[in-house]
Design a protein around this ligand. Structure first.
Ligand code: SF4
Length: 469
């Protein structure tokens, strides 16, 4: 796998030929799809909840400037510090400076897609600081030196046998005779190793699902409790998150907390909801001595006021990914980017540049399922279409597409020619058809190698339309 969005097409081909990936991706529907459907059904009026979530996130995106300043003032009032990072490099530098300031050598990390986005781990390692991922999925892929393949289930592409192999290879004191065939055994093994790492950590880094401006709080949801151990045990806690995660107050957070787990895993609520607001206060028995929040822009503010602004409403639930036929066929690694599936296709061209991530917006059947399940009603297909138009307008679209569209536009402006062309094409396809399907067309054999194309039946649509009038 090539970790480069420009390698999408080659990565996708390799993924389609990967027999290990098929059973894993086959679990998407049963694991996430069915869970969400049941949770939505059980909730009742989920559409009203979605509308409320959309309104909250819309208000936040259109008032980011005010809310972020309020958030900073609230964090300062609680004894914490907010740092502003324009891009990935600045975010890495700020985090390193905080860690060096407290002499940290080992850092535990709760799950954070933003730290994946800014490539924090290799940077910390290069500067003599060991990052230890503590979310089970993140821990597994860290041992395998792989990026996440899903935004909430980073090791979704792996079987339990592959995880067992990984633990035997990485945990040097693990008895080779021990059985790791059951999921529980794998969890127990990871828990024993990670417990020691939690106790020895000098600092903890977590992400944030939401930031509450009024209370100066960062909120994370986890199912493993690793977020709490990461933030509470070390003396220094750093929250690293995107600027768009802020909302007005905890009332808004409460609404979004009803949407997020139902859309993500089908749970009514995640096992742990942690509200992180400042360092340990006088008389408190636990919590960090230092509390920092690093707010990362990294291309997000560029989207404000554009056709793609709505994508900033995203709460990273992964519902669009779980229901996407493209992701269901190729998985997450093919994208060569931190965000995959429909959310990646709508976000990446904006934050990474159309020249780098144009393939992502093209990787859609436009079935619209992603927009139907999005808890904050992001019009994902419309945004992908926008990036396709930008790609075309900048002359970045593949030549076969631009020439094909030019030919089609030429014919479409000339109805008589269009009708003649359609009727000739239908006859040629009929002649080439065998057993009800076309399998070979002189210039597009690759297309038909993996698709059934039915032989046109009878007359063209326009001929039928005229006959009915
Ligand atoms: S775009 Fe919508 S469905 Fe997809 S991750 Fe974001 S909030 Fe969830």
């Amino acid at each position: 796998m090539n970790v480069d969005p420009k390698a999408f097409v080659a990565n996708a081909r390799a993924a389609l030929a990967d027999p290990q990936l098929r059973p894993a991706l086959g679990r998407l529907k049963t694991h996430f799809g069915a869970g969400r459907a049941f949770a939505v059904h059980r909730y009742g009026d989920f559409e009203s909840l979605r509308a409320a979530g959309k309104a909250i996130r819309d208000y936040a995106v259109t008032h980011l400037d005010e809310l972020l300043v309020t958030f900073e003032q609230s964090v300062n009032a609680r004894g914490g510090t907010v740092h502003w990072a324009r891009d990935a490099a600045e975010a890495r530098r700020l985090i390193l400076a905080i860690l060096q300031d407290v002499g940290a050598k080992t850092v535990t990390k709760g799950k954070s897609m933003v730290t994946e986005e800014i490539r924090l781990n290799p940077f910390l390692e290069a500067n003599g600081i060991e990052p230890v991922e503590t979310d089970l999925g993140e821990y597994i892929i860290q041992l395998r030196d792989e990026p996440p393949s899903h935004i909430i289930a980073p090791a979704f592409h792996l079987s339990k046998e592959q995880v067992a192999e990984t633990f035997f290879a990485a945990h040097k004191d693990l008895d080779p005779a021990r059985s790791l065939q059951e999921r529980n055994a794998l969890v127990q093994e990871a828990r024993a190793v990670l417990r020691r790492r939690f106790e020895a950590a000098d600092a903890g880094i977590t992400g944030a699902n939401f930031l509450s401006a009024k209370e100066g709080a960062a909120i994370i949801v986890t199912n493993e409790g690793n977020g709490d151990l990461t933030r509470l045990l070390p003396k220094t806690h750093i929250v690293v998150t995107g600027i768009e995660k802020v909302v007005a107050d905890m009332n808004d957070v409460a609404v979004l907390l009803r949407l997020l787990p139902r859309s993500a895993t089908g749970q009514a609520i995640s096992t742990y909801v942690s509200v992180m607001a400042g360092p340990r206060g006088p008389g408190e028995t636990d919590g960090p001595e230092n509390f920092h929040v690093v707010l990362v822009d990294n291309g997000r503010s560029r989207l404000i006021g554009t056709e793609a602004q709505d994508v900033l409403r995203c709460i990273r639930c992964s519902a669009c990914i779980n229901h996407c036929p493209i992701y269901g066929a190729i998985g997450g690694h093919a994208y060569g980017a931190t965000y995959m599936g429909p959310i990646g296709a709508a976000l990446n061209p904006g934050t990474m540049g159309v020249a780098n991530a144009a393939h992502h917006a093209n990787a859609s059947t436009f079935c619209g399922r992603c927009a139907e399940v999005c808890p904050v009603m992001i019009p994902l297909p419309r945004i992908m279409r926008h990036w396709r138009a930008v790609e075309y307008g900048q002359g970045l679209a593949p030549k076969a597409i631009t020439r094909g569209l030019a030919l089609w536009a030429f014919a479409a402006k000339r109805p008589a020619l269009y009708r003649l062309g359609a009727s000739i094409a239908a006859r040629v396809l009929k002649m080439l058809g065998r057993g009800g399907s076309v399998r070979v067309v002189p210039i597009r054999n690759g297309w038909f190698a993996v698709r059934d194309f039915p032989v046109p039946q009878g007359t063209t649509f326009q001929q039928q339309w005229r006959a009915r009038k």
